[in-house]
Design a protein around this ligand. Structure first.
Ligand code: GLN
Length: 483
């Protein structure tokens, strides 16, 4: 096995035993990036020199007796997460030359623990999308089939883990962007509860649902990374003062007799092989001793329409800061300020970003606010309460993650509504702020599909526990893309 193929636990064992150094591990990942990223295009910028320096430093720290699960472990971060001294473009032309002046809290925490940043990963521009086709710097290809999308918006992060360019990656999830590409690339993608991991230093999309989280090769690694990045941050007032659970120690808890909720309304939307895979997962959980309980979620189907009112509304406000003066690219000088703004933004933003700014501005404007934004917020509350109620009866809920396996590049890109429907299962937990993970659950025509496990707010522990037990009883996560 090549070093870049290791997971966190395996790599750490070799580091501790002195069999390898972080420099060896980092070099193996950098070589893998050189070998396959021309085809995959998961990375926007690779920081070879910086990574090797950080790796050397991690090795020195270890020599001095320091220990830690992430000490010397190389990772890749989505390019809407600020890491000091790296370009942070959010895959947008408007930020093409923007270099981050500080570290996001999650990057800072990983640095403190000695993790090694290798590269910044591709995404849909400003994280708007479900395929990475909206990146201003080219689409990422799915390592399982290079003609297919990797999902999105954290498509670069998911593809980099699936093709072993790194040991783990960071993504952000606003309405599915960690879970969706995880499902399409056969990796584990964890969206923590809103407020569990700090948003400080993320390029804001939809501030009321944005959450950063890990994309990993297995559930245990996800628990390790979450433990490292989670917790209160004084720079993000929505993170709360609640102790971070010991996720690793609870992975093996007994799930016999515990309850899993399945919604007939959601199952009713499934057909063909997607349904077979979901039924198989349900059966597996029953074999493992969990009790399956029907829970009604009649309003989950409004997740997509509600999300696509709220998200553009917040985007239209959040992206107001990209005016050509404070950040990034500026249009050539003009006499008139309004013209300056419109030229900069006209050139700097891609079509999907513009579509969302227009939709959001419309939904928030006088006369339409009540009919769209306010109504959407009310339905959001209904969805949230419905999920909370269901989760009072059961320990976790399960659904498929995505509408299906990866689709061909270009197949859906001129049909925004179809693209938005990719989010039908992942948007409700985002609107409700609940933790949710996507884990490998099967294959359709050799392409991976995931299952989503949703838990109570701040109960990542249980979500990871159920996911781990399922993973250990199945082989899906062991299958690797052949590149
Ligand atoms: N597909 C969703 C969107 O386009 C997901 C975005 C996200 O989670 N960043 O909005």
């Amino acid at each position: 096995m090549k070093l870049n193929e290791l997971n966190i636990r395996e790599a750490q064992a070799k580091l501790v035993a002195g069999e390898i150094t972080s420099v060896d591990l980092t070099k193996a990942c950098l070589e893998r990036i050189k070998e396959v990223d021309e085809k995959v295009h998961a990375c926007l910028n690779v920081y070879e020199e910086m990574a090797l320096l950080e790796a050397r430093e991690a090795d020195l720290r270890r020599e001095k007796g320091e220990k830690g699960e992430l000490l010397g472990i190389p990772y890749i971060a989505k390019d809407n997460i600020l890491a000091r001294g790296t370009k942070t473009t959010a895959a947008s032309k408007i930020l093409e030359n923007y270099t981050a002046p500080f570290d996001a809290t999650i990057i800072k925490r990983l640095k403190e623990q000695g993790a090694v940043l290798l590269a910044k990963a591709n995404l849909d521009e400003f994280a708007h999308g479900a395929s990475t086709e909206n990146s201003a710097f080219g689409t990422t290809h799915n390592p399982w089939d290079l003609e297919c999308v990797p999902g999105g918006s954290s498509g670069g992060s998911a593809a980099s883990v699936a093709s072993d360019m790194c040991i783990f990656a960071l993504g952000t999830d606003t309405g599915g962007s960690i879970r969706h590409p995880a499902s399409l690339c056969n990796v584990v993608g964890l969206k923590p509860s809103y407020g569990r991991s700090s948003r400080f230093g993320l390029i804001a999309m939809t501030s009321s649902t944005d959450v950063p989280g890990p994309l990993c090769k297995n559930v245990e690694d996800s628990a390790i990374v979450l433990e490292a990045i989670a917790g209160q941050d004084k720079n993000d007032a929505t993170t709360i003062d609640k102790e971070v659970d010991d996720y690793k120690d609870n992975l093996k808890n007994e799930i016999k007799g515990k309850k899993i909720g399945i919604s007939p309304e959601i199952v009713g939307q499934l057909s063909g092989e997607s349904k077979e895979i979901f039924d198989e997962a349900k059966k597996k959980f029953e074999e493992l001793g969990a009790e399956i309980v029907e829970v009604s979620l009649p309003n989950a189907k409004y997740g997509v329409p509600v999300y696509y009112i709220i998200t553009p509304s917040e985007i239209s406000s959040n992206l107001g800061r990209f005016d050509g003066i404070r950040y990034g690219m500026s249009s050539e000088e003009t006499e008139d300020l309004t013209e300056f703004y419109s030229k900069t933004r006209g050139k700097g933003f891609g079509p999907e970003v513009k579509r969302r700014i227009m939709l959001g501005t419309y939904a928030l404007s006088a006369g339409y606010y009540d009919a769209y934004y306010l109504k959407a917020q009310k339905v959001r509350t209904v969805i949230k309460e419905e999920l909370d109620r269901a989760l009072e009866e059961v320990d976790v809920l399960i659904t498929p993650t995505a509408a299906g396996p990866a689709f061909k590049i270009g197949e859906q890109s001129d049909d925004p509504l179809k693209m938005y429907l990719e989010d039908m299962f992942v948007s409700p937990p985002s609107l409700a702020g609940l933790p949710a993970v996507s884990i490998p659950a099967g294959f359709i025509n050799d392409m991976p599909v995931g299952m989503q496990v949703i838990g109570k707010r701040f109960d990542e522990k249980t979500v990871l526990n159920f996911s781990y037990i399922f993973e250990q009883a199945t082989d899906y996560h062991k299958k690797k893309a052949k590149l």
